[in-house]
Structure formats: structure tokens, C-alpha cells
Design a protein around this ligand. Sequence first.
Ligand SMILES: Cc1cc2nc3c(=O)[nH]c(=O)nc-3n(C[C@H](O)[C@H](O)[C@H](O)COP(=O)(O)OP(=O)(O)OC[C@H]3O[C@@H](n4cnc5c(N)ncnc54)[C@H](O)[C@@H]3O)c2cc1C
Ligand code: SF4
Length: 329
Amino acid sequence: MRPFAYERAATAEDALRRHAAGDGAVAYLGGGTNLVDLMRLGVAMPARLVDVARLPYDRIEHRADGGLVIGAAVRNSDLAADLGVRADHPLLSQALLSGASGQIRNQATVGGNLLQRTRCPYFQDISKACNKRDPGSGCPAIEGDHENLAILDHSPECVATHPSDMAVALAALDARVRVRQPDGEDVVPLERLYRSPGDDPSRDTTLAPGDLITGVEVPAPLRMPARYRKVRERASFAFALVSVAAALDVSGGSVRDCRIALGGVAPRPWRAHRAEDALRGRPATPGSFRAAAEAELAAADPLPGNAYKVPLAVNLVAAVLTDLAGEAS
Ligand SMILES: Cc1cc2nc3c(=O)[nH]c(=O)nc-3n(C[C@H](O)[C@H](O)[C@H](O)COP(=O)(O)OP(=O)(O)OC[C@H]3O[C@@H](n4cnc5c(N)ncnc54)[C@H](O)[C@@H]3O)c2cc1C
Ligand code: SF4
């Protein structure tokens, strides 16, 4: 691990100033559970770390309509355990509890969780080429180990997936991310935070260098049965092969409203708009749920080693919606 300087930001403005002074070699430090691992592996080599985990963004504000403003420094375990979150936004709590381990969730922050990097094995191995880590060096995953990589929204330059479970739930909840920039604050819909790899996979998000996440806004509760379900290789300490965050409102045997987002299938949490549109107003039956899932996955372009994810995602979405329909009626 290379030597680095450690600094603690006193305010958001101070963090931005310290980042700007670092000439591109500065990284913000949240809980460090991803960044410090990447520094140990030689994947990330910041000369300075600016600790933003102690900024005053460590509260969960419950709004009158049940919506939330979650500070970026809130720990994943505190967010998952919050009674209001568990009661009104169970998708969020369930998604968080499906990720990592109790110890890691105690340390990890909301801002860091959103910006954690891909778990593609080549990205984490500096002896291998990787367009995301070393632009222009190639993407060995396409011909190599891609069993757990993307089937949607990838490019010939990169087929990595985004690993966060929390972000999948936030996508289904229409969350927005508060971003502090030198000229003020922006509020970015979560769906627009992440970018497709295109011909520049080195950038995971639409944020500019030095942009500081200060919080996440979650709208009023969905008030319909909701569930996060994750398929993985082990019961804990494992990232999603495919996951789904879904909510379903059934009235008179028909789907009045629904939310569906997928994890483990794309370089971003994948909001399944096509499936949602196909379902609204349709009979709430297993046949409709499967047809909607198939409509969403029709856009999939899997590689030979991850084609299994297409039927897995269809089956998972259909199964979760069928369970939710049972609860709703
Ligand atoms: C063994 C293991 C298993 C795991 N399993 C899962 C899993 O199943 N599901 C899952 O979702 N996650 C999993 N994780 C990942 C874990 O959730 C992340 O490591 C964690 O959420 C990152 O949060 P952090 O605060 O530690 O981020 P850090 O490591 O501190 O930072 C991550 C990135 O975010 C940037 N950053 C941090 N805060 C801010 C901010 N406020 N503004 C701008 N940039 C910021 C940093 O510069 C860095 O680039 C696992 C991790 C480990 C080690
Ligand atoms: S899929 Fe992306 S992260 Fe993985 S090796 Fe290819 S370029 Fe690198």
C-alpha cells in the first residue's frame, strides 16, 4: 500500500476545498470498507484521503408525509434498523440487510455504498488488463470470467455490474441524491446518478471529480406490499447474481400500480420501466407477471457465461410479484 495523507473535513465546503487542492489525487473517505480494500490491492492510489464520514450528515430525517432525508454519513446498519424505515420503507431495510455482513454495515456509509466500485475480478487484479481501471487496456471479462457480469446496458468496452443492494431499493423508491458542488447543491434522481459504460467505462457515475454526496431523499412511502429478494451463491458475504426490489398494488384483481428494479444485471440499478408499464391495468396473475418480466428482459444481450441470468431474472420477478399479489389480495 502506498503512503497517503489523511485529513478530516470540518464542513462540506472544507471537503470540497481540500479535494480541489489535491490535483486529482484525492479521494473522499466514508467508512473505507471498499476504498481501503482497493488501496490495499493497488487499484486505487490516492495521495490524500479526506474523511467525510464525520461531517454532520449522520441523521435520518423523517418528513411529515413519511418521506426521508438520509444523511450521506448515516451507517448502513443504522439505516436498516431505523424503526420508521422498517415500517414505511421495508424495501430499503431488506436490501441493506441482504448485503455484506453486520460488521461491514456498521462501518459503511450511505454515500460510500452508492459509490462502491464494481466487483469484476479483473478490475480488482492489477496484473490484468481492464478498461475501467486502465482505460484502453482492454476488457478480458468478455472472453473470460463474466458469469456474474452484466446482461443489460453493457458495452464492448465493459460488462461490469454495479454491486450495491441498497441502490436497487432506492431506484424502486424513486430516490434522489443530494450532491454538493463548488457552485451549490444539485439533486439528482438516482437513475441519473449512474452512467452506461459506452466507450468510457472508467467513469461509473455522472458526478464530476470532487462532487460530494450529502444525502438521499426518499419520497413518501409506497403503501403497497413490497419485497427485496436476492439470489446469490452463499447466504451471506455474497453479492447478487440477480436481485429484485418490487412493490405491487392490486385492486379488483388488477394491477393498479407497481415498482420493479433489478440488481446484478447492469452497470447500474436497473429500473424495469418496461415491465411496470406492461403490468399496470393488467390482471394480477402469474401469467401477467411472467409476461411483464419477459418484456423487460427482451432487451438483454448476455454473454455465453451469464445467459443463465435471463431466465433467473424472469423467474425471480414473476415469483416475487406472485407472492406480493397474495399479500395484496
Ligand atoms: C466482504 C464484503 C462483502 C460485501 N457484500 C456486499 C453486498 O452483498 N451488497 C452490497 O451492496 N455491498 C456489499 N459490500 C460493499 C459494501 O456495502 C461497501 O463496501 C460499502 O457500502 C461502502 O461504503 P463505505 O462508506 O465504506 O465507502 P468507502 O469505501 O469509504 O468509499 C467508497 C467510495 O465512495 C466514495 N465516497 C464515500 N463517501 C462519499 C461521499 N459522501 N461523497 C462522494 N464520494 C464518497 C469514496 O471516495 C469511494 O470512492 C461488501 C463489502 C465487503 C468488504
Ligand atoms: S468488465 Fe469492465 S471492470 Fe471488468 S474487466 Fe472489463 S472493463 Fe474491467
